[in-house]
Design a protein. Structure first.
Length: 358
C-alpha cells in the first residue's frame, strides 16, 4: 500500500513537465488568441499582418537607419536586462559589414517618437518591424520564470529579429518544397499559424529556404502532443529545425539585405541548409528566485545535437556562412536545477506520508 501511494505521489506530483510536453509550457507559443503565429504582436491599428514570409515588404515598417530604441520595464531584473543587452550586441556584431554596424539597439531618448518596451510578461512575443508612424511603445515580452523562461540566447534573438522585421521561416511561399506540414497533428486552435503566403505578399530577400534559421518553428510546434510532429523537412528528413542558439548565416544575410547593408540580387540561390552533427553550446540565463539580484553571470550548457551550415553567393556574408551554426537543447542544466527543488519537496512529502501511515 505504501509503495503504491509513494508511486502515485511521485508520478502525479513530482514528474517535471518539459517545454515540449504541451503548447502552454513553451513560452514562445502563447495560448492567447491576440497573438499571431504564437509570438507576433499584431499592429494596434492595421488589421492583419502585411508581408509575412520572411521580412516586411513595406519600407516604412523598417527602423529608420536600422536604429532600435529600447527601454526596460521595472519588472525586468538587472540580470535579465544584462543578458538581453548581450543578445542585442550579438545581433549587432553578427550583422555588421566590414566592421560597420548594420543595425543598432540603443536606450531610448525622451525625443524618440517610438521604441520597444521589454517587460517580463507571460511568454515570449514581439511586434514585427517598427510599426511605422504609430507613436508610443512596441511591447516585447520576455518571460523570466522558474519553470519556463525566454532567457535563452536564441529565443531572445528570435524575438529581437521579429522587431527588426523578419517573420517565421516556414511561412514562405516556397515552403512546401522544403517542409511538409502535418495538419492532422496540429492542435485545432492553432491551424492558422501554419498559413502559407503568396509571392505578392512577402519579401524573401532572394534568400534560399533555411532549415537552420532561428526564425523557424520546431518539429512539434503547436502539436496535439509532444510526440506528434507538425513539420517534417523534405530535403533532409533528419534535419534539425527550430534551433534557438543564434542567427543563422542566412538570417544574418536577410537582415543585411533588409536594411540595405548589402545589395539584394535579382535571383536567389537554391542552396539550402544541410543538417550535421556537431558539439554545440547555447547560453541560458539562470533565473534567480530574487528578482533584484545584481550578478550578471550566465550559464553555458554543452551538448551534442544537429545543426545546419549553409553557403550563399554573397561575398559579404562569406565569413558568416563559413561559421557552423551552433545549437543545443537550451538550458538543460537550468532545467535540472529547477527540478531538483521539486524532487526534494516531494521526497519530504513522501517521508511525511510514510510516518503518518505508521
Amino acid at each position: 500500500m505504501i509503495i503504491v501511494l509513494v508511486g502515485l505521489v511521485i508520478h502525479n506530483q513530482c514528474a517535471p513537465t518539459t517545454q515540449s510536453d504541451t503548447i502552454s509550457s513553451n513560452p514562445e507559443y502563447n495560448p492567447e488568441p491576440k497573438f499571431d503565429e504564437g509570438d507576433i504582436v499584431p499592429h494596434p491599428s492595421i488589421p492583419g499582418i502585411q508581408g509575412r514570409g520572411v521580412a516586411v515588404r513595406e519600407t516604412y515598417l523598417r527602423w529608420t537607419g536600422g536604429i532600435v530604441p529600447y527601454e526596460f520595464a521595472a519588472n525586468v531584473s538587472l540580470n535579465d536586462s544584462a543578458f538581453i543587452v548581450q543578445q542585442m550586441r550579438a545581433i549587432e556584431s553578427l550583422t555588421s559589414v566590414n566592421s560597420v554596424q548594420c543595425v543598432r539597439f540603443r536606450p531610448r531618448n525622451a525625443s524618440d517618437p517610438y521604441f520597444i518596451t521589454i517587460f517580463n510578461g507571460s511568454g515570449c512575443s514581439a511586434p514585427v518591424g517598427s510599426w511605422g508612424a504609430y507613436n508610443g511603445t512596441r511591447p516585447v515580452s520576455l518571460l523570466s520564470g522558474y519553470y519556463s523562461t525566454c532567457m535563452v540566447s536564441g529565443i531572445v534573438q528570435h524575438e529581437l529579429t521579429h522587431v527588426l522585421g523578419l517573420y517565421h521561416e516556414q511561412s514562405r511561399p516556397d515552403r512546401d518544397s522544403y517542409v511538409s506540414i502535418q495538419w492532422a497533428n496540429i492542435a485545432p486552435a492553432y491551424v492558422n499559424n501554419f498559413v502559407k503566403y503568396n509571392d505578392s505578399d512577402v519579401n524573401t530577400l532572394m534568400t534560399p529556404y533555411d532549415y537552420g534559421s532561428v526564425m523557424h518553428y520546431e518539429r512539434n510546434a503547436f502539436a496535439i502532443n509532444s510526440s506528434a510532429p507538425t513539420i517534417i523537412p523534405i530535403m533532409n528528413a533528419t534535419a534539425f529545425i527550430g534551433q534557438r542558439v543564434q542567427l543563422s548565416p542566412i538570417d544574418i544575410l536577410e537582415i543585411q539585405r533588409l536594411y540595405g547593408c548589402v545589395p539584394t540580387p535579382n535571383t536567389t540561390t537554391t542552396t539550402t541548409t544541410v543538417a550535421s552533427q556537431t558539439n554545440a553550446t547555447t547560453t541560458t540565463r539562470t533565473t534567480s528566485t530574487t528578482p533584484t539580484t545584481r550578478t550578471t553571470s550566465t550559464t553555458s550548457t554543452t551538448t551534442t545535437t544537429r545543426t545546419t551550415t549553409t553557403t550563399t553567393s554573397s561575398s559579404t556574408s562569406n565569413s558568416s556562412a563559413s561559421t557552423t551554426t551552433r545549437s543545443s537543447s537550451a538550458g538543460i542544466r537550468n532545467v535540472l536545477q529547477q527540478h531538483m527543488a521539486t524532487y526534494a519537496l516531494c521526497f519530504t512529502f513522501v517521508l511525511y506520508l510514510f510516518h503518518s501511515i505508521q
